[in-house]
Design a protein around this ligand. Sequence first.
Ligand code: GRG
Length: 317
Amino acid sequence: MTVSVTPHFMPFTTFEPFHHALRAQLRQDVEVLFTYANLPNPLNEACRYVMTAHGKMVRPLLVASAFASVNISTEDNTRYDMCRRAALAVELLHTYSLVHDDLPCMDDDALRRGQPTAHIVFDEATALLAGDVLQTLAFEVLSADMPTFAPANATLTSQLLAIFAPRARRMVAGQMLDLNAEARSSILQSELEAIHRDKTGALIEAAVLMGAICADASALQQQALQTFAQHIGLAFQVQDDVLDVTTSTDTLGKSAGSDEKLDKSTYVKLMGVDSAQHYAQSLFTDGKSAIINTHHFSSSSHHALLALTDWLWARHK
Ligand code: GRG
């Protein structure tokens, strides 16, 4: 029998219980997934280590909030379970990118999510393979026959893949553009924006659109959500650049000041801390307006997205 298990992250009431329920749901789903995947050790341990660390779950939250923003019956287990699959998929892909980004051949970082990075705890080959398999699982999870999930809906799976795959590819392209921009003495804002539309923004856009697809959002709702996601994605990156210079390693749970150390092209380098902070705030505001100023959502249903945006703006890590 394949049924949803409690807890249920729907419906949205206020942000904290929603976040809590989503985190609990994701924890259960990660466990089910790794039992299903039956990976050999130390690969299995490395995957569990990085997937159970304390990430903020921003992308699954975006999937779930977009899903909640489209008034849908919480009784519809098929769509709800496809949403669980999508939330898992974006977190798997995101975590793979962090594991690879931390490798010695990339940023060579020793700390992530408040704990030593995978290649430090295991070894480089295991960390590399963990990233690889998290990526393949991110796609497999959209259709796999797994206990506790209602059977995947083939139409929804193919719609989700059409959203997810090109944006996963764009994330890697963005990373290449970012590496190409290292050590450049100056960069135009338009060039920086182009890097982050791909590197950070594409997956954030995928998360929002995948939640929308699972909830059967109309074309107009999808359009509004895409505009929302594009603003939030850029705001998130600008804020990340600011936090890198204003927040301690302890609070961040990753090495502070790493952008300067690697001579990265950042918004702080381009416009200074204060202007970057204002820019992030205006992008968050514009993102919210994209949802509020349309009549495509009921005033109660878009609360999850607006509350998530406020939570992102207030974040310290
Ligand atoms: C394919 C190697 C490879 C990289 C792709 C996404 C990416 C490019 C690299 C990851 C490193 C990085 C600084 C990405 C920018 C996006 C970003 C701000 C990531 C951190 O996301 P959070 O803050 O992390 O949501 P947690 O740990 O909370 O999930």
